[in-house]
Design a protein around this ligand. Sequence first.
Ligand SMILES: Nc1nc2c(ncn2[C@@H]2O[C@H](COP(=O)(O)OP(=O)(O)OP(=O)(O)O)[C@@H](O)[C@H]2O)c(=O)[nH]1
Ligand SMILES: [Mg+2]
Length: 472
Amino acid sequence: MIISDIADGLIRSVETVTDTVTAPFQPASIRLGVTGLSRAGKTVFITSLVANLMNRGRMPQLVAAAHGNIQTAYLQPQPDDTVPRFEYESHLGALTSPLPTWPDSTRTVSQLRLSLKVQSRGLMGAVTGPQTVHLDIVDYPGEWLLDLALLDKSYADWSDDVLARITNRDVAADFLQLETQTDASAKLDEPTAQALAQAFTRYLKAARVAGFYDCTPGRFLLPGELEGSPALTFAPLSQSDSPPRKSLWREMERRYEAYKSRIVKPFFRDHFAKIDRQVVLVDALGAIHKGPQAVEDMRLAMADILGAFRPGRNAWLTSLFRGKRVERILFAATKADHLHHRQHPRLTAIMQALIRDASDRANFAGAKTAAMSIAALRATVEETVDHKGNVLDCVRGTLLDGGKQAAFYPGELPEDPAHLLAPARDGADAWLDADYQIMNFAPAPLTLKPGEGPPHIRLDKAAEFLIGDRLR
Ligand SMILES: Nc1nc2c(ncn2[C@@H]2O[C@H](COP(=O)(O)OP(=O)(O)OP(=O)(O)O)[C@@H](O)[C@H]2O)c(=O)[nH]1
Ligand SMILES: [Mg+2]
C-alpha cells in the first residue's frame, strides 16, 4: 500500500468518527407529504397545521406541545430552490380576515419549511440542549400518484387499455369519433395532433365531473405551465400494424414516452421518493352525499393512490427508494365539522373500511397506518334541535351562499360501513333508505387569543400520529 492511501484512509476514518459524534447535534428533518384528490382539503390542512404548530394553544393531543417540549416554531426558506413555496401567508390571510374566505384552488406541487426548536425531556435532552427539527411540508395533487401506472405501460398498451375502457362512456363520444376518423399511420400533422389532444382533454375533464376517477394522464387536468407543450399533446390511438416512422402514431408514442420520462419520473424522483411521512386527505362526506357511484369511485381511487406506497409495485420506484420507505401514512376524512361529534366514529369506520380493502392487498412493508376524521378548520358549532318531537344533533354555521346562519342535519351515517360500501360496489343508483345532505359553510370569523391557532377537530391528534415521535 502506498503512503498516501494510508493517510487518506486515516483521514477518512477520522471523518467517519466525527460524523457519528456530531450526528445527534445536526438538525433533523422530516418530510411530510400532504395529498388528496382535488378539493379534498390539502391547502386548508397545511395552513391550519402550520398556524397551530406556531401557536400551540389548541394542540393538547400533540404530546410535545402539551409537555412544553416545543419552545418555538418559525418559518424558514425551504431548501429546494426550484419548488414553488406554499403560500402560507395569503392562505392564512384569506381564512382569518374579518370576512373570511376559503383559499383558492392550487394546481401544482408546493413546499414550506417550518423549523421547530425542541427541548427533549430524556436524559440526552438535558445534555444536548434544544434541537432544531425542520418540518418540510410538501403539497401535491393526488392525481399525480395515479400516473405511476403509466410507467409500466407502452404507448400501444396504454392506448388499447384506455380505448377499451372508455368505449361505452357517453362523455367520450366526441373523442372516440375523432379517433376513429384519424389515420394514425399518416404523416404527422400538428393541427391533427392538437385536435386529438384537446378532444381527449375535454373528455378527461367531463369524465372527472361525471365521477370517473381513472382520469390519467393527471397533468392533462392540471397542466400548470406545461399547458400546450408537446409532452401534453398526445392521445390514445388504435394501432395500425406497423406505423411508419414520422407517422402520427409514432410521434404520439414519442410524446407519451416524453410525458413519462420528463413529467412522471421527475415527480416521483424529486418529491415522492423523499417523503418520510404522508397524509392522504379524503372528502368522504362529499362522496357520500353524491351517491353510491361516487363512493365506489373514491374507493377505487384510494386503492390506486395507495398502490404508489406499495414497495415492489414498480421496479424503477423501488430502486429510487433504496430501502428507505414512507414510515407513517394517515388517511384522514376531512371536513368532519359537517357532522355532530356523535357521528365522527362512524365516519372514521368508513375510512377504515376503505383502507382495509386496499391494505389487505397492499403490504405497506411496515409503514404504520391510521384512519381519522378531522376538520382542519372548524366552521361550525354543534347544536341539538327538537324537530317534531325528535332530537336531532345538528351543526350550525354560516352558509357560503347568501351568508345566512343555519342549523343543518346531514343525515345519519350507518354504524356498519358495509351499508354504504356494499351498494356502492354493487353499482346502486341511489342510497336505499337514507339521504345524506351536505352544506357549504363559509369559514367562521375568528377572534384568536394570544397563543391560539385556528379552531379545528383532531388536527392535534393527526399531528401526533404524523410527527409526534420526532418531537419528543
Ligand atoms: N367546513 C370545512 N370545510 C373545509 C375544510 N377544509 C376544506 N374545506 C372545504 O373544502 C374546500 C377545498 O379545500 P382546499 O384546502 O382548498 O382543498 P385542496 O385539496 O387544496 O383543493 P385543490 O387545491 O383544488 O386541489 C374549501 O374551499 C372548503 O370549502 C374544513 O376543515 N371544514
Ligand atoms: Mg389546494
